[in-house]
Write a protein that binds this ligand. Structure first.
Ligand SMILES: [Zn+2]
Length: 285
């Protein structure tokens, strides 16, 4: 399993900020630590800034440097489709709303278990799917949509260094990823785009928004992809939650038994806390 080291993330963070500031994003080459072994789904989603807030805490700092480098002026802007260009990190609706997001599937072993757990707890979530996996398991895409969950494009290949690649490549990864999901469920809208690893660029956000997909981030990351143990996942997500949290889980990319076990405890706990489940904010703020 290939995991980006924190040192690599730090190097990347510095590089990302510098590249953005100098306007060199499109010209930047591929970092040496990019996944090249085809195990695209094995790369965890980590904030590109390398300045992740501690697990379970408010994630407003997540990607802050990245965002700052991209320019706050973009945040209030909207694409031609009316979808905001800013990264959504809040659950929609006022009060105690929470948005559950599930990444890196669909997966024949784990997606059905996640779906069953969501169903049992009357929870609708947002599934960020990798295009090649949606193509491979169209019946799972249909099962997700049939249960009333939202669909999110997570790119064709889950290249977490997309923010260093040419715009044409970003466009291909975003739009073909969307098309691969849509092919499995004709007529069902794909309403969000989540950059692999959160590695958004102003261009990728604009491309997604123009295609009707809201750029989607997260505010709570229990690090379930790293299999820290059920207790660690739960202590991360049951801590002090930010307002209207968007929580990141994974149903693909490895053994997700801990994720399934965590959801089985976490979802009833959220309900007990008075939370209601909604989707990430799509059209505002
Ligand atoms: Zn991912």
């Amino acid at each position: 399993m290939r995991i980006t080291t924190s040192a690599a993330r730090r190097r990347r963070a510095g590089y990302t900020a510098a590249a953005a500031l100098l306007g060199l994003l499109a010209a930047a080459g591929s970092p040496a630590y990019a996944a090249t072994d085809g195990s695209v789904d094995r790369v965890p989603d980590v904030p590109p800034s390398g300045h992740a807030a501690p697990a379970g805490t408010a994630g407003s700092a997540q990607g802050a440097a990245h965002e700052a480098a991209q320019g706050a002026a973009h945040e209030a802007a909207r694409g031609a489709s009316g979808v905001p260009l800013g990264i959504s990190r809040l659950a929609e609706g006022a009060g105690r709303q929470v948005a559950i997001t599930i990444d890196d599937g669909p997966d024949p072993r784990w997606t059905p278990q996640v779906l069953a757990t969501l169903r049992k707890n009357h929870v609708k979530a947002t599934f960020c799917m990798i295009g090649t996996k949606a193509q491979k398991y169209p019946e799972l895409v249909r099962a997700v949509a049939a249960d009333g969950h939202q669909l999110c494009d997570h790119s064709v290949d889950h290249d977490v260094t997309m923010d260093h690649k040419p715009v044409a490549y970003q466009r291909q990864q975003i739009l073909e990823g969307k098309a691969m999901i849509e092919k499995a469920v004709p007529g069902v809208p794909v309403t969000y785009y989540r950059a692999p690893g959160g590695a958004f660029t102003p261009d990728s956000r604009a491309i997604a928004a123009a295609s009707g997909m809201r750029p989607l981030g997260w505010s709570v990351d229990p690090q379930d992809w790293s299999r820290p143990g059920l207790k660690a996942i739960l202590s991360a997500v049951e801590g002090k939650l930010p307002q209207q949290p968007t929580v990141l889980f994974h149903d693909g990319g490895g053994d997700r038994s801990e994720t399934v076990a965590a959801l089985k405890e976490y979802l009833p706990w959220l309900t007990e806390q008075g939370y209601r489940f909604s989707f990430p904010a799509r059209t505002a703020p």
